[in-house]
Write a protein that binds this ligand. Structure first.
Ligand code: FMN
Ligand SMILES: CCCCCCC(=O)C(=O)O
Length: 383
């Protein structure tokens, strides 16, 4: 028997070794059972009444795939070109901070799993482990660094330079989180003081951050956490500040958290190399537009000038097909891989990623598409 695609083959070979549920809803349920309320809700919950988190999913249901027949989809190519590299799949691991709260190996396990699966890993500023250690774990795998732009611009510059030195291939600046939103579960659980101490691995190893402390973090961790809370986010930033980061690095710069087409045009005008349409998985502005709903207008606004990626609500292969058909060049996945990490560490992340990729591969084939380049709006109908 000839297998059409290596992804599918790998999934079938591993079927008896399932370490995590295949169904997203069961993944979440099992993670809820395993984790304490603090970490579980920090991951699973969203801002406010979680209206945007629901809208993210509802947006996918409004679009239906209209499959084509007799298309010879035996050989498929899911690869995409981004910034001079060929990605085997149009999928990346979204930056997710503080991963040690769900598994002690945290980002190291996720980065290893992503590299083993051929999925680029975006390492968060708010990681438990330093960006250098994450880079080492990712090895030859593609890795990008996500920047939370500190109030102290020299800390931001230092992180970007460290990332470039450590082999990261792009900088993703997250614009939607100069402060954390009203997250009711985290407040009920009084979880934030604990969380903050777990998400500052990059700062503890940053020479500029440490130079601002009176004594090293090993002698006074409380002061380090206090300083971190003062410099973490920078709500004073405006478009003209982008030039500063541009001058610190020659890496491509993507802006994450764009939802308005006018902001997409401003991003282009200010020299961004890419946009990530995202509402942070519904974790920031509750009531904000679903990312998928924002995507088509943003793609129209920037045309072919720079790649537009998207995240927020991607759970299965069909979601990816819909996002790509609406103009996204690639998508980022957040919570699904974090549940894989929580349940089975590196192996759990690998399995979650492989399942999503195999589902994407099958959905493409059964929709009559053998290449990502063939996806466009003609495959979809809005209901
Ligand atoms: C627990 C958690 C932590 C996150 N931390 C970060 C972060 O440090 N930086 C960032 O840019 N986005 C962060 N995000 C947002 C993700 O990058 C992504 O936008 C979101 O998870 C996508 O939605 P999804 O979870 O529905 O796939 C985080 C998301 C979660 C669930
Ligand atoms: C340790 C601080 C956490 C920073 C924020 C991480 C994030 O983006 C999130 O959505 O949560």
């Amino acid at each position: 028997m000839k297998y059409g695609n290596i992804v599918q083959l790998k999934v079938y070979q591993n079927i008896e070794k399932n370490v995590v549920p295949v169904t997203y809803e069961d993944l979440e349920k099992k993670a809820k059972h395993k984790l304490e309320s603090g970490p579980y809700h920090y991951v699973a919950a969203s801002a406010g009444a979680e209206e945007t988190a629901r809208a993210n999913r509802d947006a996918f249901y409004k679009w239906k795939i209209v499959p084509r027949m007799f298309c010879d989809t035996d050989e498929r190519d899911l690869s995409v070109e981004l910034y001079g590299k060929t990605l085997p799949f149009p999928v990346l691991c979204a930056p997710v901070g503080v991963q040690s709260i769900v598994h002690t190996d945290g980002e190291l396990a996720s980065a290893r799993a992503a590299a083993a699966t051929g999925v680029p890993f975006i390492s968060s500023t708010a990681s438990t482990h330093s960006l250098e250690k994450v880079a080492e774990a990712a090895g030859e795998g593609i890795k990008w660094f996500q920047l939370y732009w500190s109030k102290d611009r020299e800390i931001a510059s230092s992180m970007v330079k460290r990332a470039e030195k450590a082999g990261y291939g792009a900088i993703v600046i997250t614009l939607d989180t100069p402060m954390m939103a009203w997250r009711e579960k985290d407040i009920e659980n009084a979880y934030l003081p604990f969380l903050f101490g777990q998400g500052i691995g990059n700062y503890l190893e940053d020479p500029v951050f440490c130079s601002r402390l009176e004594c090293p973090p090993s002698e006074d961790m409380q002061s380090a956490i206090m300083l971190w809370s003062q410099v973490f986010g920078n709500p004073t930033l405006t478009w003209k500040d982008l030039e500063y980061i541009r001058m610190q690095t020659s890496l491509p710069i993507l802006l994450k958290g764009i939802l308005h087409p006018e902001d997409a045009k401003l991003a282009l005008a200010h020299g961004a190399d890419g946009i990530i349409v995202s509402n942070h998985g519904g974790r920031q502005v509750d009531g904000a537009i679903a990312a998928l709903d924002a995507l088509p207008e943003i793609c129209e606004a920037v045309g072919d000038e720079i790649p537009v990626l998207m995240d927020s609500g991607i759970r299965r292969g069909a979601d990816i097909v819909k996002a790509l058909s609406l103009g996204a060049k690639a998508v980022l996945i957040g919570r699904p891989y974090i549940y894989g990490l929580a349940l089975a560490g590196e192996e759990g992340v690998q399995q979650v990623l492989r399942n999503i990729l195999a589902d994407l591969d099958l959905t493409m084939a059964l929709s009559g598409k053998k290449s990502i380049k063939e996806l466009d709006r003609s495959l979809l109908k809005k209901m």
